[in-house]
Structures are given as structure tokens and as C-alpha cells.
Write a protein that binds this ligand. Sequence first.
Ligand code: PEP
Ligand code: CO
Length: 447
Amino acid sequence: MEADPQLLRQLDLWRDLVAEQQPRWPDQDALRRAVAELAISPPLVFAGEADHLKLRMAAAGRGEAFVLQGGDCAESFAANTADHIRHKIMTILQMAVVLTYGASLPIVKMGRMAGQYAKPRSADTEVRDGVELPAFRGDAVNDHEFTPESRIPDPHRLVRAYNASASTLNLIRAFTYGGFADLRRVHEWNKGFMRNPAYSRYEVLAAEIDRAVRFMGAAGVDFDAIRTVDFYSAHEALLMEYERALTRIDSRTGHAYDCSAHFLWIGERTRQLDGAHVDLLSRVENPIGCKLGPTATADDARALIDRLNPRGEEGRLTFITRMGAGRVRNALPPLLEAVKAHGVPVTWVCDPMHGNTIVSDSGYKTRQFTTVLDEVRGFFEAHDQVGTIPGGLHVELTGDDVTEVLGGAERIEDAGLGDRYETLVDPRLNHQQALEMAFAVAEMLRD
Ligand code: PEP
Ligand code: CO
């Protein structure tokens, strides 16, 4: 099918709008070269896959599935190794098994992976010991190292981010269809986790899951659904040039898809109704998300729905709420009420991380495990109160034994944060904390 010239024009209308959080690329020629290279590079995902995910998100919106989105705050080129990717996938799959049991629902598995290379920042510059340099905006833009050369936005990094995403996706596809993700195998990993006495309070639940898996084995259950999994990619659609270059017209339908990932979301800092991000994403067919923080009003939510899902399609729009544990019980119900009354289907996902970031006494940006869990509990309570559907979880995690989030059964304390504080931006749950969270949320889902 020929691309519709009017649609092609519409895909560039954002250029006349304000695009928040864009790097100031000093070398415009280099930017043009990088974008031209991206524009002729193959898509990372296919339209049909994004459509399939949209159906899954629709199911989650109806309470027939539950979404788990997880991964780094910011992926990095340096950590884009087979081991790190495998550990992250393992962690998400392990959480998903526990949540499947707790929710008695299929889990829609999605990584903040294979493209999460750009970050919005609260300030344009960072000051250390009186030295002021451009802020780190993600490996797709500049280098984290605090030197003037490293912090210069380099457009060639957009191409590196594309290539890194392609290799991550390749490994994701191999791991999830090649037998690695078999439910019985993932369950064995979870048994390893449960051998740690710190998690004894989840023994009953773990034993129940074990019985269920053994029952399936005894009954001879052996079908594709337990041998392979669908695992989708997602990231914040932040860098306009990158997302536009990877937006393609599907030859089958003539519609536009942002083929940089299956699912894209708009961040809390770039969800202006008349802004560039909302405009571009309003024109692609992917399932998309939009973060809503504690300052979001009912009018904001309704207007975002009208802009981003004018056809009222199920599974198209997910609101990812990040209110903070202290505010979720007051701030969320009025939004749920307003959206419910508006009548257009929305899938609701809880991000219990971004409203709960603190600075520890020793100066680390961190979060408290108990506070994170409390926001999840508040999210369920709010939906219960209003009669809407809690559709999933969005968490920052890694598969490694880092020390970035305080607490959990392993009791990470302020003095221990420095041991393995490796994140480039926000603190992530480590492997154990992520699994512990899955058990705790599974218990909440059963209450
Ligand atoms: C993020 O998801 O890393 C992020 C920056 O979140 P938010 O837009 O909700 O602040
Ligand atoms: Co973050």
C-alpha cells in the first residue's frame, strides 16, 4: 500500500510544537546523518506484534490479564551484555509466575528494555563541586561520566541506541521462544530463591505454586503456553527525532506504527496536551501509555484520552499512575471516577517507583521497599473503592544483586547502599527485592 501523503505530513506536525526535554545537539549535520541512517534501518518490531499487544492490554483493562512492565530506569550500553539481559528477563519471568498464581490471570510481560536509553531530567545541567555540565540524558544522548567531553550530546549515540536495542531484542526473542522461559524451569529458579530463610513468610504461597506446577506435570500438561512466552519491549518515547525516524507506515494497513518498541509511553514531564510528544504518539497505532503524577487533574486525564484515544479503542491507552504512597489514596480515586464517567476504556497500571524517590541520609537517591509496596496497596484500594480494574505493575528493577533500594527482607540499609549502587539514574529493585515484591503483590491480589 502506498503511504498516504497526508498521514506522512501529519507525522511531522510535532515539529511546530514545543518538544520538552530534548537535547541541544551542537552538531546539526551529525544529527541529520544519524536520523537519515535510522530512517532507512529496519523496524525493531512489527505492526502485527504491536496489534497483538494491544489486545493483551485490552484484556488487562477488562481484568482478564495483568501487566508486568519491568526493567532499568535507564539502560546503558555498558550493561547491554548477555548476562545482564538474561538476569533481567529471568527476574521478570520469575515475578510473572508468582503473579500468575496470585492473580489467577495470564501476565502480560514487558521489559523497560531494548530502547530505554533516554531520560527526562529535572534540570538541564548538573553541578558537582562547583563545576556545571550538561545533565546526563541517557546513553542515547551523552555519556554519564562527569567531564565536559562526555556530556556533549552526540547524535551518533542515537544509532548506537538503535543497534543496542536490536541486539537486546534479538536475545529476548531467543530466550523467550527457545525453551529458556519454560514455566517449569522458571519455577525451579523460584525454588532457589525460596531456599533463603529471609523469605520464609512466603513459604505457604511458594508451596502452593509448587503443588500447582507439579499437578500440571502429573497431568501431562505440555503445551506451548508453558514452553514459550510473549515478551514485549517498551520505553519512554522521549527523543522526538529517534521516535519519528522509527515510525513507519504498515504496508498492510497503511497505518503508522512507532517501530522502536511494541509499547511506548509519554513521561510525566512531556505529557502537555499541545506538546510534540502527545501529538506524535496520537498518530501511531501502537498501544501507548501516559504517566500520571499527583498533579494530574480529572480534566487532564479526560483531555489526554480524547487526544490519544479518540476512537475509544480498548487496549490503546494505559494510564501509568505514579502518585507516591502518601498521596495515592487521595489523588487516585477522583481520577478513576472521572475516567470511569468519561466512558472510554483505559488500562490502569501502577508505577510505585517514581512518586517515592528520596535522598538517604548518606546522600543516595533511593526508595524504601515498604513505601513502594504501600503505593501498590493504595492502588488496589483505590480501584476497589471506585469499582475500576487495577491492570498491572510498572517497576524499575534489575536482575543483579545491586544495593539501590532500602529494605526488603535482606534489609538493605543506608550504610550498605554504597556497596553496589550502579544505576545511572533511579534506584532499582534488585533481583531478590523484585521477587519479594511479586510474592507480596500476589498476596495482595488474593486478599
Ligand atoms: C521513568 O519512568 O523513568 C520516569 C522518568 O518516570 P516519570 O515520567 O513518571 O517521572
Ligand atoms: Co526512573
